[in-house]
Design a binder for this molecule. Structure first.
Ligand SMILES: NC(=O)C1=CN([C@@H]2O[C@H](COP(=O)(O)OP(=O)(O)OC[C@H]3O[C@@H](n4cnc5c(N)ncnc54)[C@H](O)[C@@H]3O)[C@@H](O)[C@H]2O)C=CC1
Ligand SMILES: CC(C)CC(=O)C(=O)O
Length: 349
């Protein structure tokens, strides 16, 4: 576990509490938690927000929880470096960022009945790292000119499209491709076209596509009509915050960042410095990210107890919300810890 900054030291321990309860209830072996330094505190102790020792320790693992970091507030030179989660995603080539947005029965949502998953390409576009793709990233040829160079490649689109179509095959059988091929014709045009080629291998899955600007409108109006949305890195980052809020709150939006070998649970939101340290943050996003990780590990290791633990968590979170225990962003009064304790009690029940 890596707690990160801001609300990280509140929501990550809240998730650990719930995961421990779920593993015990599901008859799975207990987790052995190892706390690794990352974020502002690691700048103080190790001189780096993502210490080499942290990356080395992660090498030996196939799953971990990452809290959010407040990298926009780091002092220089740390602020100008690749942010810590970007560094981990890049190091382990965690190419698929899977971000569900699901509303809860009985709780407010902009669009009740929302149940979709954004499959975000996690390595390319404008967020590509210069050391991986030469010539990409941001640079300033003069103090008055800033340039951002993105990249889209066929293999990267193919592998994320396969993730999206496989997922849709296990869900409601629909994939929506989001792009901006009317303006970014070559880059996001390639993204759309390669996704369409992959679609041909999945005749049982229906496919459509929208421009990113129009897609924001469709989501606000009828998010409940979508199943799996596949899109490039930056569009997926933005769209998933929107989808989380439409489903009820950004604080309920989970994710995993995955390759075929490793997965990292990480809430879709940031470190929320405006509410940090007040015990008001919603831990649902981090708790459900942890459940996604257990589910992923269960599939990888063919261990049904881990999948059971994931289901227990999802059911207990939904039951807790339905029972009226909610944090402030969802109109309730429960604190972060109290909410997690209620979920852990629900898991045990
Ligand atoms: N995965 C990560 O580590 C991410 C880190 N960040 C970083 O986080 C810092 C703050 O970024 P912002 O743009 O302010 O975005 P943010 O996601 O931290 O906050 C946006 C708004 O949502 C609220 N919010 C977020 N999570 C919440 C939760 N669990 N419960 C209740 N309310 C919640 C915040 O209070 C704030 O009003 C920046 O340094 C940014 O770079 C941003 C996004 C992702
Ligand atoms: C990790 C962040 C700095 C970027 C972001 O908002 C995200 O990837 O979710």
């Amino acid at each position: 576990m890596l707690e990160g900054d801001g609300i990280g030291p509140e929501i990550v321990p809240a998730s650990v509490l719930v995961v421990d309860a779920a593993l015990a209830a599901a008859g799975a072996p207990p987790a052995e938690w190892v706390e690794l330094p990352l974020g502002a505190s690691a700048i103080g102790t190790h001189g780096d927000a993502l210490p080499a020792s942290t990356l080395a320790a992660l090498e030996g693992l196939d799953g971990w929880l990452l809290g959010p970091h407040d990298s926009a507030a780091y002092p220089e030179p740390h602020r100008s470096k690749l942010n810590p989660s970007g560094g981990i995603r890049k190091h382990f080539d965690l190419f698929a960022n899977i971000r569900p947005a699901k509303s809860f029965d009985g709780a407010d949502a902009v669009v009740p009945g929302t149940d979709l998953v954004i499959v975000r390409e996690n390595t390319q576009g404008f967020y590509a790292d210069r050391s991986t793709y030469k010539g990409t990233g941001e640079f300033m040829p003069t103090p008055d000119v800033a340039i951002a160079m993105g990249i889209v490649t066929r293999p990267a689109v193919e592998r994320i499209a396969v993730e999206a179509f496989e997922l849709a095959s296990r869900r409601r059988g629909r994939v929506t491709i989001v792009h901006k091929a009317n303006v970014l014709k070559l880059t996001t045009g390639l993204f759309r076209d390669v996704c369409r080629e992959v679609a041909a291998r999945y005749p049982q899955v229906s496919v459509d596509d929208f421009h990113i600007d129009a897609m924001t409108v469709h989501l606000v109006r009828r998010a409940d009509a979508f199943d799996v949305i596949v899109t490039e890195n930056m569009f997926g980052d933005i769209l998933s915050d929107l989808a989380g809020e439409i489903a009820g709150s950004l604080g309920i939006a989970p994710s995993i960042n995955a390759s075929h070998e490793r997965a990292m649970a990480q809430a879709a939101h940031g470190s929320a410095p405006d509410i940090a340290g007040q015990d008001v943050a919603n831990p649902i996003a981090m708790i459900l990210s942890s459940a996604m990780l257990l589910d992923w590990l269960g599939a990888r290791h063919q261990d049904p107890a881990l999948a059971r633990a994931a289901t227990l968590i999802e059911t207990a979170v939904a039951g807790t919300v339905r029972g009226g225990v909610r944090t402030r962003d969802m109109g309730g009064t429960a604190g972060t810890r109290a909410f997690a304790e209620a979920v852990a009690a629900g898991v045990k029940r």
